[in-house]
Design a protein around this ligand. Structure first.
Ligand SMILES: Nc1nc2c(ncn2[C@@H]2O[C@H](COP(=O)(O)OP(=O)(O)OP(=O)(O)O)[C@@H](O)[C@H]2O)c(=O)[nH]1
Length: 131
């Protein structure tokens, strides 16, 4: 399974991947995370999972089975971009039959480190649907 993270600039997609791999929030974040493959035996679904950091190319989006859209709950622009940028980008080739996503899972797991809310213990986890 190919999983691609996308986001507005500097929202934290590289940090998210590095947190997953390193099991802690990274102090230093490179411009892009290395591509990683999580072996099947350590995934709940027993499917090898290849995780890629978005480099701004459409082929990467078309190759992905899962697109993980990262946004900042403290920045409305990054939420608005889900509608104005990421949904059109992922569904962009629908007319050619390449890809069409009719149902979006919406999972909020932003940690808000250093932006105030996490200091007040407001870290939130929730799930929902976006369509
Ligand atoms: N406060 C806070 N800062 C974060 C969080 N995640 C990432 N950051 C910080 O935000 C900055 C950008 O993080 P990146 O992971 O490089 O973001 P990105 O979306 O990969 O950035 P680009 O791909 O370069 O646009 C870094 O200084 C991170 O430490 C978070 O959950 N809370």
């Amino acid at each position: 399974m190919q999983c691609l993270t996308v986001s507005a600039a500097k929202v934290g997609k590289t940090s998210l991947i590095m947190s997953l791999v390193g099991e802690e929030f990274p102090e230093r974040v490179p411009p892009r995370a290395e591509e990683i493959t999580i072996p099947a035996d350590v995934t709940p679904e027993k499917v090898p999972t290849h995780i890629m950091d978005y480099s701004g190319t459409e082929p990467a989006v078309l190759a992905a089975n899962v697109v993980c859209v990262v946004y900042d709950v403290t920045n409305e622009d990054t939420i608005e971009k889900i509608k104005t940028r990421w949904i059109p980008l992922v569904n962009g080739d629908a007319e050619k039959g390449n890809k069409y996503v009719s149902q979006w899972e919406f999972i909020e797991l932003r940690l808000l480190l250093g932006k105030g809310a996490e200091l007040e213990g407001n870290t939130r986890w929730s799930t929902g649907r976006y369509s």
